[in-house]
Write a protein that binds this ligand. Structure first.
Ligand code: FRU
Length: 485
């Protein structure tokens, strides 16, 4: 693993020429994806500024140009007409002001009256590396470029730790106000959310107070990337608690959870209907963000980072890592959250394959298991050994997913075996494979499991229990992956 100095990680990108060779080299990687948004070079992490604006989807990702390392973060901008076909637009936000001198960190967007507004964290550090996070804004101009406001909207509170970031902008029609939710850490190191309010988008912001989630006053040490949305009348609060281990998550200290409940903007209280749930049970899923303004009160669109902070992936050797998940539709059914890939993914189907035990670098698999226990082993050797093994135990209604059998193992100390518990019997699995990722949707979105996987040439086989019905389609490319900086 390459050791990076602070200077190397925080080097400013002065010209696209500085990373052209890196781009050319990375293009040759067998792990480059075909229908997922991935970093043009270097590292992509959180999705940012995800919104539908005048018929076009905008998405940015946290981007460090130089390699698979968290350093100076830019927003890299991509757009899509349909959430499936993405094109590179170049840098969205660059850390070039005093107040964001060490990074344009995560944030969100909102489209209002023909304008698209972005909210992000300006990560300022002084010469002693002391951090001051600012909440900043930008607006999309007529050339489709993000233009920063000259001044931050507000600075941090000094009665909370320096961890105050990831502004999520929301409009509340009852209060006729905008709110910004900021992920934060209290002085006694508890994770929380700070809420600001204003009647206007770019001015008048005042601190409203700390979000209360009764029963969850002590839940992790920092709540990164908060997101709140109303779906079919229920409020869904999503965030990524960190610095804590949680049941069923092995040794990981980074998670992405949600609550369903009711948000009261008078008392700033989110009252959950029940406990927290994992947004995804997989190894590599973090910092999910939903789009504002999808125009349908019964669904939200969510996208996430396939990766975790402080984890390392085999493409690190090739100087790139991380990508976005497929965008997902979120719905509520009988008080439960359902997550399904956006329907446009079906347009990527190329050839229907007669299932014969072979796997493909970019494919969709639909599996209907027979009754009882069930096994599906992906990326095995030709003789069925090894691989990414899914074992469903019908008595406990739990799928155990084990990646210890892969040739390329990684993040072993975080855990290589995780459970995906279900409420209902396993009826269906819908699986998307794209060169270095697997996304599993169980029972039409009752539970999901996202993981990186780096199969070697000899691992493109699968085995499945007798009696299962398997369908496979190879998928076409939908992400252009051009050198635009
Ligand atoms: C989450 C996060 C955010 C922060 C960003 C920096 O992965 O730590 O809280 O804004 O990444 O890249």
């Amino acid at each position: 693993m390459k050791e990076w100095t602070r200077e190397e990680r925080y080097r400013e990108l002065k010209s696209a020429d500085e990373i052209r060779d890196l781009y050319d080299r990375i293009q040759k990687s067998v792990y480059r994806q075909k229908y997922h948004v991935q970093p043009v070079t270097g590292l992509s992490s959180d999705p940012n500024g995800f919104a539908l604006h005048e018929g076009k989807w905008h998405l940015c990702y946290q981007w460090c140009p130089w390699g698979a390392v968290h350093g100076l973060k830019y927003w890299y901008h991509v757009t899509s007409p349909d959430l499936m076909h993405w094109q590179n637009e170049g840098i969205g936000l660059k850390p070039d002001c005093e107040y964001d001198n060490k990074g344009t960190h995560s944030g969100s967007a909102i489209s209002v009256d023909g304008k698209l507004y972005f909210y992000y964290t300006g990560n300022h550090r002084d010469e002693n590396w002391v951090r001051t996070p600012y909440t900043c804004a930008a607006v999309l101009d007529e050339n489709g470029k993000l233009q920063k406001l000259p001044k931050p909207l507000f600075g941090p509170r000094d009665d909370y730790e320096e961890h105050q970031r990831d502004p999520k902008i929301v409009w509340n029609p009852d209060k006729k106000k905008y709110y910004i939710f900021i992920g934060a850490q209290t002085m006694d190191k508890r994770g929380t959310v700070l809420i600001y309010q204003s009647e206007k988008l770019l001015e008048g912001w005042t601190f409203a107070g700390e979000l209360k989630v009764p029963g969850y006053e002590k839940f992790g040490g920092m709540w990164e990337c908060p997101y709140i949305v109303n779906i079919s009348g229920a409020d869904v609060l999503i965030f990524s608690p960190q610095y804590t281990k949680l049941p069923g998550r092995a040794e990981s200290t980074n998670h992405n959870v949600y609550f369903i409940g009711k948000m009261d903007y008078d008392s700033l209280t989110f009252t959950p209907d029940g406990g927290y749930h994992y947004l995804d049970y997989g190894f590599d899923f973090y910092a999910a963000q939903g789009a504002a303004n999808v125009g349908d009160p019964d669904k939200a669109i969510l996208i996430s980072w396939i990766g975790l902070p402080d984890n390392h992936y085999p493409t690190e050797e090739e100087d790139w890592e991380g990508s976005m998940t497929l965008p997902r539709e979120l719905r509520i059914n009988n008080g439960k959250l359902l997550q399904t890939p956006v329907p446009a993914v079906e347009e990527l189907r190329d050839k229907a394959i007669t299932p014969d035990g072979k796997l493909y670098p970019a494919c969709e698999m639909r599996v209907k298991p027979g009754a009882g226990d069930f096994d599906l082993n992906l990326f095995t050797k030709e003789n069925g050994s090894g691989g990414f093994r899914i074992h469903y135990n019908a008595a406990t209604k739990t799928a155990v997913i084990d990646r210890t059998g892969l040739d390329k193992r990684f993040n072993q100390s975080v855990g290589e075996v995780l459970d995906m518990p279900l409420e209902n019997d396993l009826k269906s699995l819908r699986i998307f494979i794209d060169h270095c990722s697997v996304e599993i949707f169980a029972n039409d979105g009752e539970a999901t499991f996202t993981s990186h996987v780096y199969p070697t040439e000899s691992e493109f086989y699968y085995t499945v229990s007798d009696g299962a019905d398997v369908k496979i389609w190879t998928l076409k490319a939908s992400v252009t992956d051009e050198f635009v900086v």
